[in-house]
Design a binder for this molecule. Structure first.
Ligand code: SF4
Length: 618
């Protein structure tokens, strides 16, 4: 039996231009400093940094990284990470996916994959433990992702594929792996620009074992117990998926409606996970392996399809003034076939609807109108008629046609489904998220709105929480396990568990530094140690998370990012939500100033040389 104990550090680099590949070793020092998956992937990207380039040119590269936990059967460990320069933002784009590709890659003995260059003709790659073969994709070029995956499954189960949107270089095209996605940042367009229709990793014969099996088994059991007794992971998400968030965000004015004019709509209750489970008789449809099981599918209009997640019901639903979950599920299914990110698509459609209202970009798109959405999705995916313009995303549309005051994006990435005016910590973390308008960089909205543990309308401590969770989430993304495990793992410390809610909220709001110092992330740290057999301390582990965040920021600064880009869309700092009588707006400048100081950035938002040296980045 072939065995990988912990990690192989084996890197497969593929050059599409020359149809060549090489296998090399990742230095052990980098493994320790950058942990794995996202962190180590960013380091490999930095080592091959292409500089300021057209993201759709052959100079761009794609790094794909299975997690260190992958293959060990740790809870929720079926996820992998990818890194490129995003065609939407022009800066570092990262994305995480729970499809089977990562597992197959690792079972072929590889811990990392880099793709360079551009194939002359439509191509797909077949990877096994010896390397790669280059195959003609002429028979599947033009086909949707479902058809493409059926075709590629002859070669193996670990598939990555793009649909027509990727081929037509839609800037927010995604990449599918079975029914999960490298969703954000336009990876599909980067694949398309390289004439790369898909990648298949064959089954692979390596067995992945943790170095310290006794310790690992203990930790795994503990993790499963935590997940299975946590209200959120074992009940809300497991039964109703992430759309169960609707019942938390909508009443608190945090669920965008009508292109972020408001954060509440009474009809949004129709989009909750609870409602959809009742309507569609849902069953699980998840990443593998997973112990939380947040993904669901059901019967919708007589057809089995995925039940849309929170971001999708928000961006293709309430934010467009549409509240019919069956319609949204159908568009979600169409996006899956075409290979489109539903968040950026929804943000773009919302901008177009408002621009049409204001007469600056005429179309048939109107808030609440459902009958032309499917057709518009097809036009975008194939860049036909108006679809060609909409394929560019909000930032470029507003630059060309005006309407910047209602262009809801940060750094070019359309904002996901949380209104930052309802949660000031989330406002800050949206502004500082390295990839742009992303909620997953630190997710303070979880503490502010979902768990009600921080005052959402206070700026107190928000820089501290944002920094801490940015660092920790980078560790989690480098293990890699699902970020939702944090709901279960971080609330188990006795102090958190047994302190009355009002007191915990008081402490967390008023004494952020003390509260943060008491957060118990030891399960993540110990799992990394058990699998790798490398002894790093908890402090070194969380410092690696900081290093990863700062390295990404540093590369973004090399690509031109500065304080001027850490801004919220004009609407979200100058106009309050329609239903907010108190007219609250996030004090973003004040929070950002505190954040830069605590991070060790200069006034322009750049990591100082001192910080880069301290973290051993340079
Ligand atoms: S909880 Fe959801 S997102 Fe996380 S690994 Fe499981 S199915 Fe995937």
């Amino acid at each position: 039996m072939k065995v990988v104990e912990g990690f192989s550090n084996k890197l497969l680099t593929i050059d599409l231009t020359n149809k060549s590949f090489e296998i090399s070793q990742i230095p052990m020092e980098d493994r320790i400093k950058y942990l794995g998956a996202k962190g180590l992937g960013l380091k490999l990207f930095y080592d091959n940094f292409p500089g300021k380039i057209d993201p759709l040119s052959p100079e761009n590269i794609i790094v794909i990284m299975p997690g260190i936990l992958m293959g060990t059967n740790a809870p929720c460990s079926g996820r992998f990470h990818a890194i490129t320069i995003s065609p939407l933002t022009g800066i570092i784009g990262t994305s995480s996916c729970g499809g089977p590709f990562g597992m197959s890659l690792k079972k072929n003995g590889f811990d990392a994959l880099i793709i360079k260059g551009k194939a002359e003709n439509p191509t797909f790659l077949v990877i096994d433990e010896k390397g790669v073969t280059f195959e003609s994709a002429s028979e599947i070029w033009g086909k949707d992702t479902h058809h493409t995956q059926d075709y590629l499954s002859k070669y193996g189960d670990g598939i990555l594929a793009i649909g027509p949107a990727g081929e037509h270089l839609v800037r927010y095209a995604n990449v599918i792996s079975r029914h999960r996605f490298l969703g954000r940042c336009g990876f599909g367009a980067v694949f398309g620009s390289k004439n790369l229709k898909g990648i298949v990793a064959k089954k692979g014969e390596y067995k992945i074992l943790p170095k310290n099996k006794v310790l690992f088994d203990k930790l795994r059991k503990k993790g499963l117990n935590y997940i299975n007794r946590n209200q959120f992971t074992a009940y809300n998400y497991r039964n109703y998926g992430t759309s169960s968030n609707v019942n938390f965000t909508n009443p608190k004015g945090a669920m965008p409606a009508y292109n972020f004019r408001d954060g509440y709509d009474p009809q949004s209750v129709n989009l909750s996970g609870e409602k959809m489970a009742e309507l569609f008789h849902s069953k699980h449809h998840t990443c593998k392996p997973c112990s939380i099981l947040c993904g669901h599918k059901g019967i919708i209009n007589g057809k089995e399809m995925a039940i849309p997640e929170y971001e999708t019901v928000t961006l293709l639903g309430s934010n467009l003034g549409i509240f019919d979950p069956a319609k949204i599920a159908e568009w979600n299914d169409l996006c899956s076939k075409m290979g489109l990110d539903t968040i950026s698509l929804g943000g773009t459609l919302a901008w177009a609807m408002e621009a049409n209202e204001k007469g600056i970009f005429k179309s048939e798109l109107t808030f609440g109108k459902e009958d032309n959405i499917a057709d518009t999705i097809l036009k975008i995916a194939h860049r036909v008629d108006i679809g060609d313009k909409l394929a560019e995303g909000v930032k470029r549309l507003a630059e060309e046609h005006g309407g910047n005051e209602f262009a809801i994006h940060i750094k070019g990435l359309e904002i996901s489904g949380y209104d930052p005016r309802a949660a000031f910590g989330q406002a800050l973390s949206f502004a500082t998220a390295n990839r742009g308008g992303c909620h997953l960089s630190a997710y303070p909205v979880g503490l502010e709105i979902i768990f009600d543990l921080l005052n959402p309308y206070s700026e107190k401590g928000k820089a501290d929480y944002t920094i801490f969770f940015e660092n920790l989430f980078n560790c989690i993304n480098s293990l890699q396990t699902c970020l939702f495990t944090a709901f279960a793992y971080l609330f188990e410390a006795p102090l958190t568990k047994y302190t009355p809610h009002f007191l915990l909220k008081f402490i967390m709001t008023n004494f952020p530094k003390i509260a943060i110092s008491l957060v118990d992330f030891s399960l993540y740290h110990k799992m990394w140690v058990a699998v790798t057999g490398l002894n790093i301390t908890a402090k070194e582990f969380i410092t690696a998370g900081e290093r990863i965040h700062v390295l990404e920021r540093y590369m973004n600064c090399l690509l031109g990012v500065s304080r001027n880009d850490d801004i919220l869309p004009a609407r979200l700092i100058s106009k309050s939500r329609q239903s907010d009588k108190k007219q609250k707006l996030p004090p973003i400048d004040k929070m950002l100033k505190a954040y830069y100081k605590k991070r060790g950035y200069d006034k322009n938002g750049k990591p100082t040389e001192k910080l880069l040296k301290k973290l051993q980045i340079i």
